[in-house]
Design a protein around this ligand. Structure first.
Ligand SMILES: [Zn+2]
Length: 165
């Protein structure tokens, strides 16, 4: 594990805090369940600020690549992450309930000890596609191309039909 990075969220906003860093997918344990391997590097940034209504919030950005499994051909699929999210900081349960009713905003409870990497991991997992798939061409170069080769040897015309499907 890399060092734990913990912030006091409201303090971070009041001080217009900002943090940047790199993290390996291998350091994000829950994310592993979604990945085919531990390759890749993620760059993140987190900023504390007030929105136009003077509400404290965190702005999070993560970019990089991770390897998912294509749900069509089951081969590896390189997924480019480019996420940006804004989270309002609720100062109490009432405020959190109010924010939760508003579909235009996302909110979390303010905390005196928020683990940045856990937050980033949550945001990454939320951003992943439910059913990741290659673009057609990429899938063709793996599974369909193998079918094509196998069939072509015996039935060249059948192979063409398969390919047109
Ligand atoms: Zn595929």
């Amino acid at each position: 594990m890399s060092d734990q990075l913990v912030i006091d969220t409201l303090d971070f906003v009041r001080n217009a805090g900002s943090l940047r860093g790199r993290v390996c997918p291998c350091d994000l344990e829950r994310l592993q369940d979604y990945l085919t391997d531990k390759a890749g590097e993620l760059v993140y940034s987190i900023e504390g600020l007030f929105d136009h209504q003077d509400r404290p919030m965190l702005r999070i950005a993560v970019s990089g690549t991770v390897n998912l499994s294509c749900q069509r051909c089951l081969e590896q699929l390189e997924h480019a992450l480019e996420l940006e999210s804004e989270l309002l900081l609720a100062r109490n349960e009432d405020e959190l309930c109010r924010y939760d009713e508003d579909v235009t905003v996302d909110a979390i409870m303010a905390s005196t000890a928020l683990d940045i990497l856990t937050l980033i991991e949550d945001e990454i997992i939320l951003s992943l596609p439910n059913s990741p798939r290659h673009q057609d061409i990429a899938c063709l170069t793996t599974s369909k191309l193998e079918i094509y080769r196998a069939v072509t040897d015996e039935h060249p015309f059948a192979a063409l039909a398969t390919l047109k499907q």
